[in-house]
Structure formats: structure tokens, C-alpha cells
Design a protein around this ligand. Structure first.
Ligand code: COA
Length: 263
């Protein structure tokens, strides 16, 4: 129970819980490394179709990168700061963004800095009414480093993102909804049931089709439309020989529910 990330798997859903509640689930290097290792394992675990990421305790999803730890890297100089802090954090959010299975952030409290950047990177997010967001890096005299200068402007537009990035102001879940950062706001007690319900509605579909849609949308968003359409076409083509596509088409024609096998 002392691991910095906890894992529970049931009903095709893996729940990853950031577990440093006394530090508001601040993302130290050990937490990021464990999270990355778990993501590697879960991506090839056929029991798992959808992941939920949340925070332990009743205060925070994550208050961001562990400031005490990364300030040591900063003091060690440019190379160490970039290698140990920036690259590691960027690797984490890029992995979540491009992950072959959907990741749902269940934002249960503070989502500051890196906590906000995880929410930006994952494909789906639900926030409790108690969540509170911020891009507070400017107050530390630095820009965000886990993708926060890149993904938020793509989600909310340049000027809206820059206001949040340049002021460091805190914002409520309703504002996060308007910014396109989350899908839904729910009462605190309904957060995990709502995240699981969304996960279940995805987990019943073919994991191959789910992965193809995730890849086409995420890769296509960062391309010109023509290239994005090529990615869409390639994703579809990769499914043509699959049993799941035949099953989906047959089930529709036979007016029955499809049974997908993931092959
Ligand atoms: N890194 C390291 N430790 C952190 C942390 C972070 N990002 N955020 C919180 N903590 C630790 C605190 O040091 C404290 O631990 P301690 O009691 O051992 O000192 C504990 O978590 C509780 O935080 P505290 O600051 O006492 O809670 P609060 O209710 O007064 O304030 C916040 C909550 C979120 C406003 C405040 O913790 C904060 O500003 N955190 C940093 C947010 C940030 O700048 N993130 C971006 C980093 S790049």
C-alpha cells in the first residue's frame, strides 16, 4: 500500500491511483517511473481495455511535479534538469496521449502543474465538483514542462490558454469544461462511478477499433488534414483482416449484439 502508484484491475478496467496523499500526490521521479512501467505492462495486458487515473486521499489528483526533488536537478545544471525532470515528465504525458487504450482522468481534487498536464494529455477526463485546476509554473519562474505549453493551446485556443499560463490563476471544473480540458463535472461522490460507467461503455467495443480511433484522432490532430485522412485510412485498413470487423458487420446484418474478441 506504500507504492507511489496503486493498481486495481476489474471488469476490463485498470484503476491507477497516484498514491502520495501527504504530498498531494506530487509527481516525484519514482512515481513517474512506476507509472511508465505500469503503462507498459497494461498496454499488453488483454484483461485491460480501459484505464482510469485518479489520486489518493480527499484533496488532490496531483499538485504537479515534486518541486523539492526537481529543484535539486535544476541546481545540478541544465543537462541534468532537462534529462531528469523535463524529458521524464514529457515522456509520461506523451505516453498517455498516444496510449493504445483509452485513459480516463478522474480528477478528484487539485490538478495543478503536472496534474493538469496529465488531464490535458489523456483522451478523456471527468472532474469532481471539488477539483481545482491551475498552471502555477509561472509563479516558480518557469514555463510548464510536461507538455503544458503545447497541449492546452491546442485544446482551448492560444489566447485562452495563454491567460491561464501567464497568470497561474486557479480555475474551477466548470471553467475546465469550457476550456475543453474535461468531458464532464460530477458531484464528488459520483466521480469514480461516473468514470467507471464511461470506461464500461468503451470497454464493450472492439479494442482494435478503440485503438484505431485513438491513434487516428491523436496523431491526426497534429497533422495537416490530408495527412490525417491518410492515418484514418491506414487505421481502417489495418482492421480489414480482423475477426472483430467481420463480427461487427455480421452482427449488424444478423440483427444481434456483436461479441468482440480483440483479434
Ligand atoms: N511538490 C512537492 N511537494 C508538494 C507539492 C509539489 N508540487 N505540492 C504539495 N506538496 C507537499 C507540501 O510540501 C506539503 O508537504 P509537507 O507538509 O511535507 O511540507 C504537502 O504536500 C501539503 O501541501 P501544502 O502546501 O501544505 O498544502 P496547502 O493546502 O497549503 O496548499 C497547494 C495546496 C496545492 C496550493 C500547494 O501545495 C501548492 O502550491 N503546491 C505546488 C503546486 C505547484 O506549483 N505545482 C507545479 C509544480 S511544477
Amino acid at each position: 500500500m506504500n507504492a507511489p502508484v496503486l493498481l486495481k484491475i476489474d471488469d476490463k478496467i485498470a484503476t491507477l491511483t497516484l498514491n502520495r496523499p501527504d504530498k498531494l500526490n506530487a509527481l516525484n521521479y519514482q512515481t513517474v517511473d512506476l507509472l511508465l512501467a505500469m503503462l507498459d505492462e497494461l498496454e499488453v495486458d488483454s484483461r485491460v481495455h480501459v484505464l482510469i487515473v485518479t489520486g489518493a486521499g480527499d484533496r488532490a489528483f496531483s499538485a504537479g511535479a515534486d518541486i523539492r526533488e526537481f529543484s535539486e536537478s535544476v541546481r545540478s545544471g541544465r543537462a541534468a534538469a532537462v534529462r531528469d525532470f523535463v524529458r521524464r515528465g514529457q515522456q509520461m504525458t506523451a505516453r498517455m496521449e498516444a496510449y493504445r487504450k483509452p485513459i480516463i482522468a478522474a480528477v478528484n481534487g487539485y490538478a495543478f502543474g503536472g496534474g493538469c498536464e496529465i488531464t490535458e494529455a489523456v483522451p478523456l477526463a471527468i472532474a469532481s465538483e471539488r477539483a481545482l485546476f491551475a498552471k502555477p509554473e509561472i509563479r516558480l519562474g518557469m514555463p510548464p514542462t510536461f507538455g503544458g505549453t503545447q497541449r492546452l493551446p491546442r485544446l482551448s485556443g492560444r489566447k485562452r490558454a495563454l491567460q491561464l499560463l501567464l497568470t497561474g490563476e486557479r480555475f474551477e471544473p466548470q471553467r475546465a469544461l469550457q476550456e475543453g480540458l474535461i468531458n464532464r463535472v460530477v458531484p464528488h461522490a459520483e466521480l469514480m462511478p461516473a468514470a467507471r460507467e464511461l470506461a464500461s461503455r468503451i470497454a464493450c467495443h472492439s479494442p482494435l477499433a478503440v485503438a484505431a480511433i485513438l491513434a487516428a484522432v491523436t496523431r491526426g490532430l497534429n497533422m495537416a488534414i490530408g495527412e490525417g485522412l491518410q492515418v484514418e485510412s491506414e487505421q481502417f485498413a489495418s482492421l480489414v483482416p480482423s475477426r472483430d470487423l467481420c463480427e461487427g458487420l455480421d452482427a449488424w446484418m444478423q440483427r444481434r449484439e456483436p461479441v468482440f474478441c480483440g483479434h
